[in-house]
Design a protein around this ligand. Structure first.
Ligand code: HEM
Ligand SMILES: *[C@@H]1O[C@H](CO)[C@@H](O)[C@H](O)[C@H]1NC(C)=O
Ligand SMILES: *[C@@H]1O[C@H](CO)[C@@H](O)[C@H](O)[C@H]1NC(C)=O
Ligand SMILES: CC(=O)N[C@H]1CO[C@H](CO)[C@@H](O)[C@@H]1O
Length: 275
């Protein structure tokens, strides 16, 4: 991976913009590895499918890893760099504490499969592997498939400090979410669509317990919340639950990449009293 330098333009779901306008930007394209590693897509897909059979966690873990990688210095796989000596890398920032190991393992396994093919050895960036693997886990769990443009270069630089302020917090309001996504070239519509990823995977109860137990002055359920969903969350996350407990964000179809996460969120009433 040493030959890849982090000067590539950031690309997330084919919305690209230039982080370093002073450098010439390489254009990503679907057939980037046509000569060096023509079977890159099938090799990655086979490795990801094998990992998926071992554990479903592969799906949410890979998707979230891609998201966290892309929002910090672009999609350069720098989230995977290990800390060395006193240098804490991105993955050691508190916001990464809950990144599941299976996402890292998915990329490592796919890279090993590529490196086992002589012509592909050390040719494909981990950033591209992560982008392909994310597409593949979405499709494997029943979501849509899509073409992925390639040619990302791996970053060599990863610091825990670089994560500060780059990832959205569950406490963020709409303006804060819009602002953070806009900083990545993404619209409010993109932000909402991408949040659909929460149709798979876990959240620790502590991330949202205020919404189901101690919202506002009434110490009650957030009145905006879908009652059915709030009740399901309360059942899975009793009051004063062990903070290490994590629950399915979509309790209805936790292993399907579908739109049920959005259905779950539909509010009780069309008339909001809050502003
Ligand atoms: C819109 C702003 C977002 C916020 C505030 C947010 C917040 C969170 C939180 C609090 C968790 C639970 C972490 C834990 O307790 O362990 C989580 C999990 C997750 N997030 Fe997001 N997220 C956002 C956007 C996204 C986006 C854009 C994606 C990907 C496209 C994504 C993918 C995931 C996945 C797949 C999980 C489950 C991870 C697992 O089970 O291992 N999130 N998110
Ligand atoms: C890594 O990034 C940090 C912060 O962005 C910067 O101060 C440092 O010089 C970079 N190191 C290398 C080797 O590029
Ligand atoms: C609330 O969530 C449930 C479960 O996903 C869903 O069936 C329902 O349509 C949602 N909306 C309302 C208004 O209850
Ligand atoms: C998956 C992973 O590497 N998680 C790390 C996130 O940061 C914490 C704190 O440094 C590490 O202990 C985890 O291993």
């Amino acid at each position: 991976m040493g030959r890849f330098i982090n000067l590539a333009p950031l690309l997330l779901f084919s919305l690209s913009f230039c982080l370093f306008p002073e450098t010439t930007s390489a254009q990503l394209r679907q057939n980037y590895y046509a000569r060096s590693c023509p079977n890159v897509e099938s090799i990655v897909r086979t490795a990801v499918a094998k990992k998926f059979k071992q554990t479903f966690v592969t799906v949410p873990a890979t998707i979230r890893l891609f998201f966290h990688d892309c929002f910090v210095q672009g999609c350069d796989a720098s989230v995977m760099i290990a800390s060395s000596g006193g240098n804490k890398a991105e993955k050691d920032h508190p916001d990464n504490l809950s990144l599941a190991g299976d996402g890292f393992d998915t990329v490592i396994k796919a890279k090993a499969a590529l490196d086992a093919v002589p012509s592909c050895r050390n040719k494909v960036s981990c950033a591209d592997i992560l982008a392909l693997a994310t597409r593949d886990v979405v499709a494997l769990s029943g979501g849509p498939s899509y073409a992925v443009e390639l040619g990302r270069l791996d970053g060599l630089n990863s610091t825990a400090g670089s994560v500060n302020g780059k990832l959205p917090q569950p406490s963020f309001n709409l303006n804060q979410l819009n602002w953070l996504f806009a900083a990545n070239g993404l619209s409010q519509k993109d932000m909402i669509a991408l949040s659909a990823a929460h149709t798979v995977g876990f959240s620790h109860c502590s991330q949202f317990s205020n919404r189901i137990y101690s919202f506002g002055r009434q110490n009650a359920v957030d009145p905006m919340m879908n009652r059915t969903y709030a009740t399901q969350l309360q059942q899975m996350c009793p009051k004063n639950v062990d903070p290490t407990i994590a629950v399915n964000m979509d309790p209805n179809t936790p292993r399907k990449f579908d739109n049920v996460y959005f259905t779950n969120l539909q509010p009780r009433t069309r008339f909001y009293s809050r502003t």
